[in-house]
Design a protein around this ligand. Structure first.
Ligand SMILES: *[C@@H]1O[C@H](CO)[C@@H](O)[C@H](O)[C@H]1NC(C)=O
Ligand SMILES: *[C@@H]1O[C@H](CO)[C@@H](O)[C@H](O)[C@H]1NC(C)=O
Ligand SMILES: *[C@@H]1O[C@H](CO)[C@@H](O)[C@H](O)[C@H]1NC(C)=O
Ligand SMILES: *[C@@H]1O[C@H](CO)[C@@H](O)[C@H](O)[C@H]1NC(C)=O
Ligand SMILES: *[C@@H]1O[C@H](CO)[C@@H](O)[C@H](O)[C@H]1NC(C)=O
Ligand SMILES: *[C@@H]1O[C@H](CO)[C@@H](O)[C@H](O)[C@H]1NC(C)=O
Ligand SMILES: *[C@@H]1O[C@H](CO)[C@@H](O)[C@H](O)[C@H]1NC(C)=O
Ligand SMILES: *[C@@H]1O[C@H](CO)[C@@H](O)[C@H](O)[C@H]1NC(C)=O
Length: 285
């Protein structure tokens, strides 16, 4: 055989060996992280006598790398598992993380500067009793869904969510936010719920440009001014009840064919109600 072919063959062997080492090493690395994480998770939930973390409850994997964790209602808290969020940062393949219905009252600030979770698309922290102010989410630039509802987060939203350009669904409902409605930069937004907070001031005009919005819930706040919503052709549900909105309902609103649920009770609207409203499945004024 010519030496040329031997060299080519050798190169292939070395390449596949390296490839294999990287894959196996990555998976091994994650296995030790998962075993460490398991120390803070009740053994009734994660049974570590099974040596494959990908088979534990709520864990999904792809090529032995962890891509999803559904730990909703696992009884977790920061005091029970102090290194929990630090360890999560090492799971760089994670795309979906559901920590809803636990007792995390505080998330360590280091979690928000964790570069490891830049692939995360889904983060659910609803129903945790989270306290304090909203952190800066700019490192989570791939997030498409963020649910922080039913916590005790207070103060301003400000620019803390402005790095989330991919965001499609944002839920900040049932917290203690006391701010103007944030002028989000998430142009892909489809679902937004800010209900049951103390948002005040006028609804920013920028919302008219979120053309993919299907669900908008601003109810139970202290919003004033008129409704700027005019050209959201995909809007299906618009909930504005229990605010101090005033003026007349824009004609353009009645022309949104997709809109099937509209609630506006307990506001200060005046003027006429259009005959064209009758295409609504349910409209509450
Ligand atoms: C864990 O799994 C082993 C074997 O599959 C079983 O014997 C044991 O009872 C399980 N432990 C818990 C806490 O479920
Ligand atoms: C977040 O979790 C809660 C409780 O499990 C669930 O009701 C809610 O639908 C989830 N949010 C999203 C956006 O999936
Ligand atoms: C959030 O963090 C990013 C990156 O560190 C920074 O550029 C941005 O100004 C911060 N935003 C706020 C509101 O602090
Ligand atoms: C928060 O809002 C999103 C989008 O509308 C919804 O899918 C989710 O179920 C809500 N979360 C809870 C806990 O209701
Ligand atoms: C409103 O939010 C508070 C917590 O801030 C919660 O206790 C209450 O159940 C919420 N109300 C509704 C109607 O969701
Ligand atoms: C709305 O959705 C369409 C189809 O998914 C997409 O092409 C378009 O860029 C979106 N608009 C914005 C402002 O993100
Ligand atoms: C309203 O939406 C239509 C279709 O999406 C678009 O052609 C039109 O330019 C929009 N008008 C305004 C004022 O944004
Ligand atoms: C409706 O209220 C606005 C201010 O809130 C006022 O300027 C307007 O004259 C009112 N229109 C009618 C028909 O009462």
């Amino acid at each position: 055989m010519e030496i040329r072919y031997v060299l080519i063959l050798l190169r292939f062997i070395v390449f596949f060996f390296c490839f294999f080492v990287v894959i196996v090493h990555g998976a091994q690395d994650q296995k030790s992280t998962m075993l460490e994480l398991a120390k803070g998770i009740p053994s009734s939930k994660w049974n570590t006598s099974n040596s494959n973390p990908c088979e534990w409850k709520g864990v999904s994997c792809s090529s032995s790398r962890v891509t999803g964790l559904v730990l909703s209602g696992f009884g977790l808290s920061t005091s029970f598992s102090p290194r929990f969020f630090e360890l999560l940062c090492d799971l760089s393949s994670l795309q979906s993380l559901d920590l809803s219905s636990n007792s995390f009252s505080i998330i360590p600030t280091s979690f928000f500067s964790c570069k490891g979770l830049s692939r995360l698309k889904y983060l659910n922290l609803s129903c945790n009793g989270l306290t304090g102010r909203l952190s800066n989410f700019s490192e989570f630039s791939a997030l498409e869904t963020l649910d922080l509802s039913f916590n005790n987060l207070k103060g301003v939203v400000g620019l803390n969510l402005n790095g989330l350009a991919q965001l499609k669904s944002l839920n900040l409902s049932s917290n203690l936010f006391n701010d103007n409605i944030p002028a989000l930069k998430a142009m892909k937004l489809e679902e937004l719920s800010l209900s049951n907070n103390s948002f005040h001031g006028e609804i920013p005009h920028v919302f008219v440009t979120f053309e993919n919005l299907t669900f908008l819930d601003f109810s139970q706040n202290s919003l004033t001014g008129s409704i700027p919503i005019g050209n959201l052709s995909k809007l299906q549900k618009l909930l504005l009840s229990s605010n101090q909105l005033e003026g007349s309902l824009p004609v353009s609103l009645s022309k949104i064919k997709a809109l099937s649920i509209f609630a506006a009770i307990q506001n200060k609207f005046n003027g006429s109600i259009y005959s064209s409203w009758n295409h609504f499945l349910r409209a509450v004024f």
